[in-house]
Design a protein around this ligand. Sequence first.
Ligand SMILES: [Mg+2]
Length: 121
Amino acid sequence: MLRLISFDIDGTLECGHPPGLIPISIVRQAKALGWIVGSCSDWPISAQRALWVEHDIPVDFAVGKPGLENVRVEMAADSYVHIGDTEIDRMYALRAQFDFRHVNDDGLEEWLQELGLTHFD
Ligand SMILES: [Mg+2]
């Protein structure tokens, strides 16, 4: 099962402003599992790319929120999910035919662990 997972940054990842609940180690593990992984954030694309270079994670995409639709069209996967912290995230995710998970939902960590993403630390 080839999964594609998109992460918002601010309020979602630990390196966001404000920090979110998802550690960078989860992003790294998703890549290691062979998933298609990237960020979808209000950060400029260049800043998103710099973040991933800084953490040495070769992500597959880095887009603004409206760019999620292009990711959906251009990257073939069996499932698509965007994790974010706002209703704007939800709107763009659903518009792009992604599933949406709110980072602060009860059970998010358990859901990720069921998918094989266990590197919460
Ligand atoms: Mg956010």
